[in-house]
Design a protein around this ligand. Structure first.
Ligand SMILES: [Zn+2]
Length: 373
């Protein structure tokens, strides 16, 4: 990952590069940013830049030996720890090293994705993922070796917020006094949930959300979305590039048509249609199911903005706009919150492998019973 692979965030990149150029490299840093944002890619680009053999003013060279190996995440001095759980493949004592091929793929294909996407990818079958104490002991073992080839030995730790307390305790000493030329880059989506003992030993590197303009720009230049559509997606994605890419990759109008029809059937209490619809939704891919619910969340939010007299903030057009106007008419703030929680819960259950037919039928009946009250 190079800085140029991350859209926008120019001032953040300059700040990171500037610090390295001035020799201000803290030995333990906490890259913090919301899900769907650039915290992980930024830490990867930072690590690549640090060890690049031919640093440019605004990025790593991308072609030297170190850059090539960092880019493939196969550099012997670049270690990775991330949440894991038991799976079909690893049925006991899972460690990051058991999942390195999957991790490399994940980071390469979807660097802006979330923990639940990662757990879906490795197929954790519903179990709580964490970073174990055994993992911490291995970290200490790996870091006590001398660097093989690089200037800095780097330990990237993704999502310290899910670290087991025993794992955190095992790491405290080495975090405070790491071996020479050893860096810890912690990457968190919820820094306030990271244990204080860990957080207090790191320097905070705040990675802000993407702006709508940055997301729209990325969509038009990298993904050939036409500008007007890019603006709309950027607006709906709420600062998450991952969300934006998802919204773009699905046949967007299908979402809209599916959600509109669904809500109509709920409002008219067409129970036979709702049962049939749940059947149809349950046959979609898990991603498509989650995206449909997410699209619903966006529509609820837009309807709320519309009814809150902030209509100029709604950037939708055409059918979506017509829908939001009508939707807003039945949407008090309490009703919106109720619907938001329902859609969110359904998404949560799907992520944990609940039966999609039951999830969709359940939420359909609940909405049908409550939406006009
Ligand atoms: Zn290089």
């Amino acid at each position: 990952m190079l800085f140029k692979d991350i859209p926008g965030l120019g001032e953040v990149k300059q700040r990171l590069i500037g610090a390295i150029r001035q020799g201000q490299v803290a030995h333990a840093q906490l890259f913090a940013g919301r899900e769907g944002g650039a915290a992980l890619p930024m830490a990867l680009a930072y690590a690549t830049y640090l060890n690049c053999e031919d640093k440019q003013a605004d990025d790593a060279c991308g072609v030297c030996y170190s850059c090539v190996k960092f880019n493939k995440l196969i550099h012997p001095d670049f270690h990775h720890i991330f949440p894991v759980a038991t799976t079909k493949k690893v049925s006991a004592n899972p460690l990051s090293e058991h999942f390195l091929p999957e991790w490399r793929n994940f980071v390469k294909q979807t660097p802006f994705a979330s923990l639940s996407d990662w757990l879906n990818l490795i197929g954790t079958e519903n179990k709580q993922a964490n970073i174990s104490a055994e993992e911490s002991r291995q970290v200490i073992g790996k870091l006590s070796l001398k660097a093989f080839e690089a200037e800095y030995k780097i330990m990237l730790l993704w999502l310290p917020e899910v670290m087991h307390v025993a794992a955190a305790n095992a790491l405290l000493k080495i975090l405070e006094e790491p071996p020479a030329k050893t860096l810890f880059l912690l990457v968190s989506n919820q820094p306030d949930k990271v244990l204080t003992t860990i957080r207090s030993r790191t320097q905070l590197v705040q990675i802000r959300q993407f702006t709508e303009e940055e997301i729209a720009q990325a969509l038009t230049s990298e993904h050939r979305v036409e500008p007007r559509r890019a603006g709309q997606i950027a607006h709906l994605s709420d600062g998450s590039l991952y969300e934006a890419l998802n919204l773009n990759s699905e046949a967007k109008d299908d979402h809209h048509e599916m959600f509109r029809q669904w809500m109509n059937q709920c409002a008219m209490r067409k129970y036979a249609d709702l049962i049939e619809g749940s059947e149809r939704f349950s046959k979609l891919s898990r991603d498509a199911q989650k995206n449909l619910l997410h699209y619903g969340l966006c529509m609820v939010r837009e309807a709320l903005v519309w009814s809150g007299q902030a209509q100029m903030l709604v950037r939708l057009e055409g059918e979506e706009l017509v829908f939001v106007e009508r939707f807003a008419k039945i949407m008090s703030p309490e009703k919106a919150e109720w619907l938001y929680i329902l859609l969110n819960d359904a998404s949560y259950h799907l992520e944990r492998n609940a039966n999609p037919k039951i999830v969709f039928l359940d939420i359909s009946l609940t909405i049908a019973a409550g939406i006009r009250n």
